[in-house]
Ligand binder design. Structure first.
Ligand code: PHE
Length: 467
């Protein structure tokens, strides 16, 4: 006795006589795993014959391919930009940004430009890349040749999946026999069971693929870092991405409108913040004017930026005038203008920490940093003298990574009195900031920082969680 789906598939095969799993899946709109298991069952029952099982390549347009189709291939865009006229290389570079090199490489290969005396000369007025035409064939479900496939592969425009196809042939229809739902002791005793059909279990059939929910792997890493900090007695704090310059810079003793403020660039946001703690404002003003020797302006301090370091959150903790003993940490995104590539993004994660203790000192700070890195899986660290406007002495922390050697991982130091005293903190304090993205890349074996933020469900699903 066949089930309903087995009947449907067998009928389909009967009608076609010769067909394939691919055709069955497409025509009957059934899940692949069910079709495969039914085919094996029908074959084992002798209703059909398996002629051949073959591996097939399933091609899909990749995200990059889709992007190129929508936004144009760099070499197409190049011809459009040139618009029949020569242009300076530099100008084209600006317009094409990251795609500049790809555009030139392919435009040269295709012989549609030439370069003379720093100028680019178009050899055609309009250009549609051959890759576009091939991708359009795939979209229409048309066949493509091996060399076309090779070309798309070389430009990362497709994704390939190995798949299986079973070719089958119809043999016979089942005799109609009723099936047995319950095998009872009576049926066994009186031999009635012989009249019925037993359906065999197919223990080799693959069950349907059910993806399980799991955390994003970078989130998993961040949570591990949080566990490390909490196990060392730190409490988590947080603050917003949009921050007043006061907390991002002024409280951290970075003078206004002065190159020292630009230990890194920041994104400027329109609008102004508000601070009601007049005493704190005054203390910061005094310390800036005394040591940096300029007129401190509260209006500059209230300007808004996207925070460029989570040390801003540490500044916010200080502004609450914490007493010893205090141990806080924060993990969050920071934002800095930069050119985006495989190792740079304009937003990334930092872990900043603060310790205030009566007898805290530099040696203890280095000890705590060692403990934190040990928790994160880095057992060998070394320290190099460094400069940060808010700490003195300051160090850069390097961790030893197998195969890579020493990698810079953090900045740290004892808070300067110019930072702690305006906040009324008179006990020694240590602070640090750890860059988490690079660390995560090393641990998670990610080559391109953009993959840390991937939302590609296929990519994430196929990643093994290896922490
Ligand atoms: N905020 C610094 C790191 C740092 C934090 C705290 C103390 C010292 C250094 C950076 O982003 O580079």
């Amino acid at each position: 006795m066949l089930s309903e789906i087995e009947f449907r598939i067998l009928n389909f095969i009967k009608e076609k006589v010769n067909t394939s799993s691919t055709e069955i899946i497409a025509s009957l709109n059934l899940p692949k795993s069910s079709v495969f298991s039914v085919i094996y069952h029908l074959a084992s029952e002798g209703y059909i014959k398996i002629i051949e099982e073959k591996k097939i390549q399933d091609i899909e347009i990749s995200d990059e391919g889709k992007k190129r189709l929508n936004e144009g291939f760099p070499e197409e865009n190049l011809i459009n930009i040139l618009n029949g006229k020569s242009l300076k290389i530099q100008e084209i570079k600006q317009k094409l940004g990251d795609n500049f090199e790809i555009a030139i490489t392919w435009a040269k290969k295709r012989n549609i430009i030439k370069i003379e005396k720093g100028e680019m000369i178009p050899l055609t007025n309009s250009f549609i890349s051959p890759e576009r035409k091939i991708l359009e064939k795939i979209e229409k479900g048309e066949m493509i040749t091996d060399s076309e496939l090779q070309l798309l592969r070389s430009r990362n425009l497709i994704r390939e999946k190995e798949d299986k196809e079973i070719i089958v042939e119809f043999l016979r229809s089942p005799e109609v026999k009723s099936s047995l739902i319950f095998l009872t002791p009576e049926l066994l005793k009186n031999g009635e069971w012989k009249k019925y059909e037993f359906k065999e279990y197919n223990v080799t059939a693959l069950p349907p693929f059910v993806p399980i929910g799991k955390k994003h792997y970078f989130r998993e890493f961040i949570e591990k870092a949080k566990d490390v900090m909490i196990s060392l007695g730190f409490s988590e704090v947080s603050s917003d991405y949009v921050e007043m310059e006061f907390y991002n810079f002024d409280m951290l003793f970075q003078p206004q409108d002065h190159p020292a403020r630009e230990i890194h660039d920041s994104f400027i946001i329109s609008g102004k913040g508000r601070i009601s703690d007049k005493e704190l404002l005054n203390n910061v003003k005094e310390v800036h004017e005394k040591w940096w020797n300029y007129t401190w302006d509260v209006n500059n301090a209230l300007r808004l930026v996207m925070r460029s370091q989570t040390t801003a959150t540490t500044a916010r903790v200080l502004s609450t005038r914490p007493k010893a003993p205090t141990r806080t940490f924060t993990i969050g995104k920071v934002f800095r203008p930069d050119a985006i590539d495989a190792t740079h993004l304009i937003e990334f994660h930092q872990l900043d920490g603060l310790i205030i203790e009566k007898d805290f000192n530099f040696k203890k700070l280095l000890g705590v940093l060692k403990e934190i890195f040990k928790g994160l899986g880095i057992t060998e660290v070394k320290f190099k003298p460094a400069y940060f406007p808010f700490t003195e002495p300051s160090v850069e922390v390097y961790g030893l990574i197998e195969k890579l050697g020493w990698v810079e991982m953090a900045g740290a130091g004892l808070l300067r009195p110019e930072v702690s005293e305006p906040a009324g903190v008179n006990d020694p304090a240590g602070a640090w900031g750890i860059g988490l993205d690079r660390l995560a890349m090393l641990f998670l074996n990610v080559k391109d920082i953009r993959d840390l933020y991937s939302e590609d469900i296929e990519f994430l699903r196929n990643r093994k969680v290896d922490i």
